[in-house]
Ligand binder design. Structure first.
Ligand SMILES: O=C(O)C(=O)C[C@]1(C(=O)O)C=C[C@@H](O)C=C1
Length: 366
């Protein structure tokens, strides 16, 4: 299979915001509810120079019985937004039929939702329906934190001939309680961005946060990480919305959020500033050198204990010692002004590596 060489110099998404010096803004209601609601929301958002008007037509819901979208008739409403207000419009598609109906109504941009991205069969069906069409497509991350699955869905679009691609980061489901509706796991989109630098990355703070209050901080963090834009759910009367009421904002609130967001420079623009940053980076290099040397010493000791365990036929996992390490290193971290949870995660990784090394020694597979 040919690997994706995604490296366009310009695309539909970059052109939309070209020269404006501010990020791409996609906004609109979670769901299209009535024709009037769609037209009024779009008119309010047009005032704010929103680049793309979004609305859910078919809504995949967790449980049956919730509002599942108005269906095909809503497409004509979006077509009206396009014709009467001159805005570009975007919807989510989950099946080949959705794609066909959307194209018939001249929807400008399609996106693949998180619950679809998880399923390669469904994604391929959409890709097949897009063969030879080349409409811009945005691919949301899968609900589970799996980068390969996300890339796979983007690749299926690419192989179908879609050249205007973007990724949407909407966060990941988690069983654990969190302040987020979908935990961001920023490392995953950062890795995607590192692999495909020219792939526009859009944040969906409405789904990550699940609450209005989190839209601003999540968007600001995304901009600080170099994201290209955001998709924010907007409703005229959010509290009365038929879906996702808690995470939608009014067009006025959206305006306030956009005004507050700071777009920072991608890099230092002055030689003096570059030099100061370089000095600090040299010190970071030295500190990292120390960390790696210390880890090397630690692992050499772990190997010695491994040999000793082999000689005496003692098992690898020493639970009491491990619990003690986990507890004490957390305390040391706090004394040193470091984040407790960070050091715990680091030691979990170190312990897994110790176990891997000692298992090799004990099982003689070195
Ligand atoms: O103390 C030991 O017995 C070790 O092998 C070292 C070590 C560690 O990495 O610190 C490794 C594995 C054990 O479960 C506990 C601790």
């Amino acid at each position: 299979m040919q690997l994706m060489k995604f490296n366009p110099t310009k695309s539909f998404f970059t052109e939309l915001q070209a020269g404006q010096g501010h990020p791409l803004v996609i906004a609109g209601p979670c769901s299209a509810e009535t024709e009037e609601q769609v037209m009024q929301t779009a008119a309010a958002l047009k005032q704010q120079n929103v680049h793309l008007f979004r609305a859910g037509i078919w809504k995949p819901r967790t449980r049956p019985g919730s509002f599942e979208g108005v269906g095909s008739k809503g497409l004509a409403w979006l077509n009206r937004v396009k014709r009467e207000l001159g805005m570009r419009v975007a919807i989510e598609v989950a099946t080949a039929r959705h794609v066909e109906e959307a194209l018939k109504q001249e929807i400008d941009v399609l996106w693949i939702g998180a619950r679809t991205t998880v399923n390669p069969f469904a994604v391929q069906e959409i890709a097949d329906a897009l063969q030879g069409v080349n409409v811009p497509v945005m691919v949301k991350n899968p609900v589970n934190p799996d980068l390969a699955l996300w890339i796979g869905a983007i690749e299926r679009m690419y192989h179908a001939g879609v050249t205007d691609l973007a990724a949407i980061h909407r966060g990941f489901s988690s069983y654990q309680k969190s302040k987020y509706r979908n935990v961001p796991v920023w490392q995953i989109p950062i890795e995607l961005k590192a692999r495909y630098q020219s792939l526009p990355m859009i944040v969906d703070p409405s789904h990550i946060g699940g609450k209005r209050d989190l839209i601003f901080p999540v968007s600001q963090k995304a901009l600080d990480l170099g994201y290209d834009g955001m998709m924010i759910e907007t409703h005229l009367t959010p509290d009365k919305a038929l879906s996702d009421a808690e995470q939608q904002v009014t067009p006025d609130a959206l305006k306030a959020i956009l005004a507050k967001l700071q777009v920072r420079k991608t890099n230092y623009d002055d030689a003096e500033l570059v030099n100061r940053a370089e000095e600090l980076r040299l010190q970071i290099d030295a500190a990292d050198h120390d960390i790696i040397a210390a880890l090397g010493r630690r692992m050499a000791l772990v190997e010695q204990i491994g040999e000793y365990k082999k000689l005496n036929n003692v098992q690898v996992l020493q639970l009491e010692r491990w619990k003690e390490i986990f507890r004490s290193r957390g305390e040391w971290a706090e004394d040193a002004g470091l984040n407790h949870a960070f050091i715990e995660e680091l030691y979990k990784l170190i312990h897994v590596e110790s176990i891997r090394k000692q298992t090799q020694i004990l099982d003689g597979d070195r």
